[in-house]
Structure formats: structure tokens, C-alpha cells
Design a protein around this ligand. Structure first.
Ligand code: AMP
Ligand code: TRP
Length: 332
């Protein structure tokens, strides 16, 4: 049996990287798999959050999932914090995870920075909770952007350790699904940095809730270089900002980099940016509008999440009882 689980942190605004690297792939996977899409609000708490804003971001994330095409009738959309099995399993797995494995995690090193001793235990243990998110549902496939590859490898290692320690095959080893051509969308201000919610500049990313004028402005301001569009992708090797914009265009249009280079070869970025803006607005406009519509009725969003939470709980509860039993704890 195949089962998909993935999640996004409800911190700040969801952006084009989240859409092209994750959500867009989730939508198509619904046709072939049983899917669970989580709003990982407990992971959001690994960095400081304003309670009012966090609540709003959780509901906005739910609205965006649905507006982008996740169908709550076919897939389970739910809140990590409302399914207690995640934190229960996280503790059990943390007792099997060597510190050395966590010390290798590059995201922790990046986020903790130089003040490692000041970083929280939550930030350090983040990848174990992520492993629990996946394993509590015995998920087999996890569609994510490239930045999550290392965390997925850790989840596989933890699953393998559990299975070996208890001579069982209870946890399938989850497969990362890093799909499409935009698995790593870069900042609009720096072609070497990932587009991310934590970049202080709003101009570094397109938010999924940006209106057409804001998208046009951000793309107009996006960093490029003075050269025109090249004839082939080979010439983009030393032009990260140009490569990123062309890659975004290719991903949105379902074309290869070669196709896009041939289409615009020798033309200026001013011309290309207009075209890119048009397709961004055409793709994201309906998602923004539908999200805003949904957000007018918060009680319906809360009701949809409550339904999803109940469905997720049913699976998680059964599995945590099974894990307790395997590990020698008593069942209720
Ligand atoms: P996060 O915003 O860190 O919670 O990420 C949620 C999902 O979006 C994960 O699957 C990430 O891999 C993916 N993602 C985040 N940023 C990017 C990006 N710049 N390019 C591609 N995928 C991304
Ligand atoms: N760590 C992921 C990110 O920042 C979010 C996440 C948490 C996740 N739990 C997950 C993704 C489980 C996939 C599966 O992008």
C-alpha cells in the first residue's frame, strides 16, 4: 500500500517555492495515492511566533492548500498539533536517535547560526518530530523540495533503526519524492539563496497571496544581469539570477530550460519579465482569489480542519498503540 504525507510550516506567507516545490506536486498525487497534508504548526514553534499571527497563518495555509487544488474529500488536510500521536511518537523515536545524526543536520546549523548554545531543544529535535509526522502514518512517499532531502534520509534511518531494534517491519522506509524542475526556487534578490519565508526582504519572494500589481513589481525588481537571454542553458551556469527566473518560467509552463532559451534567445530581460509576470498572475491569481474567499468564512475552515484532524487521529491512534505494544509499553 502507498500513502503520501507532506507538510508546510505555517510561518509567514506561503510562497512560490512552496507551490512549485511542494503543493503543486501534491495536487497531482491525489489521483494516485491516499494522501495526508499536514500544517506543521508544532514545527513553526521552533522559531518565535506571535500567537495571533500563528493562528491566522494556520488558517491561511489551510485555505491555500484547498484553493491550490487539494480536495478535502479525497485527501486529509489537518493540523499537526491536533493529532497527539505526532509528539508521542517523536519522544519514542528520540530515544532511538543518536545525537551524532542530529549534529549532521545542515538546517539546524544554518538556523542556529553561531549561537548554538542559545538554540532551543525544539530546533535541534525538529528532524525527529518530522520523522514522527511521516512514520506515524506509515507513509511510503514524501513529496518535498530539495532542501528536505537530508531530513528524509534521517527519517529513513530512524525507521530502519526501529525496525532492526524490535525485529519488525512496522515502519516502511519513506521515499522522498523530489519532483519537477523547480525543486529549489531561489530568492529574487540573490540567485544563490533559497526563496524562503525567513528572508527579511519581501522582494525576495512571490507570496501566494500577492496581487497582480505586487507580482509585477517584484518581478520588475528581481535581480538579473545586463546580458540578454541566452541561446542555451549552458550559458546560464555563471548567471544564477537569470537561471532562476528562466527556471521558474519553465516550471510554470511545463517546458524545459532548452525550450525557454530557444523561445527567448537574444531578447532582453525586460521582455521576458513581462511574459513571466503574465503567467505568474494567470497561475497564482485564481489561487489567491479562492484563498481569500475561503478566509471570509473562518468557521468553515476550522470545521474542515476538525474533520481532517479526526480522520488523521484515527490512523495515528491505532499506530501509536501498536508502537507502544512493540516497545513493551502497556496498551490502554
Ligand atoms: P517550509 O516553507 O520550509 O515549511 O517548506 C515546505 C515545503 O516547501 C517543503 O517541501 C520544502 O522543501 C518546499 N520548499 C520550501 N522552499 C522552497 C524553495 N525555495 N524551492 C522549492 N521548494 C521549497
Ligand atoms: N521540515 C519541513 C519543511 O520545513 C516541513 C515538514 C515537517 C514536513 N514535517 C514534515 C515535510 C513531514 C514533509 C513531511 O519544509
Amino acid at each position: 500500500m502507498s500513502r503520501i504525507l507532506s507538510g508546510i510550516q505555517p510561518t509567514g506567507y506561503l510562497h512560490l517555492g512552496n507551490y512549485l516545490g511542494a503543493i503543486r506536486n501534491w495536487v497531482t498525487m491525489q489521483n494516485d495515492y491516499e494522501c495526508l497534508f499536514c500544517i506543521v504548526d508544532l514545527h513553526a514553534l521552533t522559531t518565535p511566533q506571535d500567537p495571533q499571527m500563528l493562528r491566522q497563518s494556520i488558517r491561511t495555509a489551510a485555505a491555500v492548500y484547498i484553493a491550490a487544488g487539494i480536495d478535502p474529500k479525497r485527501s486529509i488536510i489537518f493540523n499537526q498539533s491536533q493529532v497527539t500521536g505526532h509528539t508521542q511518537l517523536s519522544w519514542l523515536l528520540s530515544c532511538l536517535t543518536p545525537l551524532g545524526w542530529l549534529n549532521r543536520m545542515t538546517q539546524f546549523k544554518d538556523k542556529a547560526g553561531k549561537q548554538k548554545d542559545q538554540a532551543s531543544l525544539g530546533l535541534y529535535a525538529y528532524p525527529v518530530l518530522m520523522a514522527a509526522d511521516i512514520l506515524i502514518y506509515q507513509a511510503t512517499h514524501v513529496p518535498v523540495g530539495e532542501d528536505q532531502k537530508q531530513h528524509l534520509e534521517l527519517a529513513r534511518d530512524i525507521a530502519g533503526t526501529f525496525n532492526r531494534a524490535y525485529k519488525t517491519e512496522f515502519f516502511p522506509l519513506p521515499e522522498p519524492q523530489i519532483l519537477g524542475t523547480a525543486t529549489r526556487v531561489m530568492s529574487l534578490r540573490d540567485g544563490l539563496a533559497k526563496m524562503s519565508k525567513s528572508d527579511p526582504s519581501d522582494y525576495s519572494r512571490i507570496h501566494l497571496m500577492d496581487n497582480a500589481d505586487t507580482i509585477a513589481l517584484k518581478i520588475r525588481k528581481a535581480k538579473t544581469d545586463p546580458a540578454p537571454l541566452p541561446f542555451s542553458p549552458k550559458e546560464l551556469e555563471s548567471r544564477p539570477e537569470a537561471l532562476n527566473l528562466i527556471n521558474i518560467y519553465a516550471a510554470l509552463q511545463g517546458k524545459t530550460l532548452e525550450n525557454v532559451c530557444q523561445q527567448f534567445a537574444g531578447q532582453s530581460f525586460a521582455v521576458f519579465k513581462k511574459e513571466l509576470t503574465d503567467i505568474l498572475v494567470a497561475t497564482l491569481g485564481p489561487i489567491t482569489q479562492e484563498s481569500q474567499n475561503l478566509l471570509k468564512d473562518i468557521s468553515s475552515i476550522d470545521a474542515l480542519l476538525a474533520e481532517g484532524n479526526a480522520k488523521a487521529n484515527l490512523i495515528a491512534q491505532k499506530n501509536i498503540e501498536e508502537v507502544h505494544n512493540i516497545m513493551g509499553l502497556l496498551r490502554p
